[in-house]
Every structure is written in C-alpha cells, then in structure tokens.
Design a binder for this molecule. Structure first.
Ligand SMILES: [Zn+2]
Length: 155
C-alpha cells in the first residue's frame, strides 16, 4: 500500500501515536453524526435526546432512541479509516482517544482505545449500582419505580 509506505517513512522514528477521533470517522460505516443533516430522529433533535434531562423527562423515548442506535451500531462494520489506524499498530504504539461510543475501533482490532464519552454497550443505573453490557436489544430500563429488565430477565 503506497499510502502506508509514505506514512511509514514520515513516522519511522516515532514510537507512539495518539489519535483523537469523532463522529466523522464512523460516518462511512453508516453511523449518523447527529449534527447537521443527520440531526433528526423521529422529528426530535438528536443532540437534545442525548442528555440526562431528556432521559428524566421521557426515559422510554430516550431508550427507544438508544436501542435504535444500538441496532445500527451492531450491524455496522469498521471502515478503511478504522482499519488504517489499526494497521499502524504494526509500526508504533497507538492510542486512540475517541468521542465515539460505537466500538468500531475495537471491532477493527485496535487495542488501546479510550472512550471519552463512554460506550453505548455499557450501562449503569442512575439510581443503584446495577451495571450491564448490552449485546442485544435492551428491553426496558425503569426510572419512576426503579426497575431493570434486561434480556427478558427481571432483576
Ligand atoms: Zn437500579
């Protein structure tokens, strides 16, 4: 790959590379950026849904939004951008600081990924210490009466 040969020549003496990534790198994988033209979901402003206030106001709506995002993310594959960063691990120590919650850097094989905004897979109850990782659609997560229901299993 000619591109890598050029980059390798430029970074041959570099031992560590830090990437800072955001929504742009995952857009080609079909993950909406939720800014600009992708900013609406069912006529709601996606940026306003991604707040704790939106969750307290309408937890069912926010969970539906996150479930739909999870379905999209689970179906998505890393693109050439993710893979190129992973490839650089052959030549230098690579750390990725990402704003993305989609796990596509890890899916591409990157080994040191720091998720600045958390993960759409990992959840923690805002009332108790309940934690879980969602690997399929999450069924229900309460707030008013404080209940959890994951994968059809009452907790
Ligand atoms: Zn709880």
């Amino acid at each position: 790959m000619k591109m890598f040969e050029s980059i390798i020549e430029q970074i041959k003496d570099i031992q560590k590379i830090v990437f800072v990534t955001g929504a742009g790198i995952s857009q080609e994988s079909g993950i909406p950026t939720f800014r600009g033209k992708d900013g609406l979901w069912r006529n709601y402003n996606a940026m306003e849904l991604a707040t704790i206030d939106a969750f307290y106001k309408n937890p069912k709506l926010v969970w539906e939004w996150y479930n739909e995002r999870r379905r999209n993310i689970f179906a998505a594959q890393p693109n050439l951008g993710h893979k190129a960063i992973t490839e650089l691990e052959k030549y230098a120590e690579v750390t990725i600081l990402t704003q993305n919650i989609d796990g596509l850097h890890q899916k591409a094989g990157s080994t040191e990924v720091l998720e600045l905004h958390g993960s759409i897979v990992k959840i923690k109850c805002s009332v108790c210490d309940f934690k879980d990782e969602i690997i399929t659609e999450f069924l229900l997560f309460g707030l008013g009466n404080h209940y959890h229901k994951t994968f059809g299993k009452e907790l």
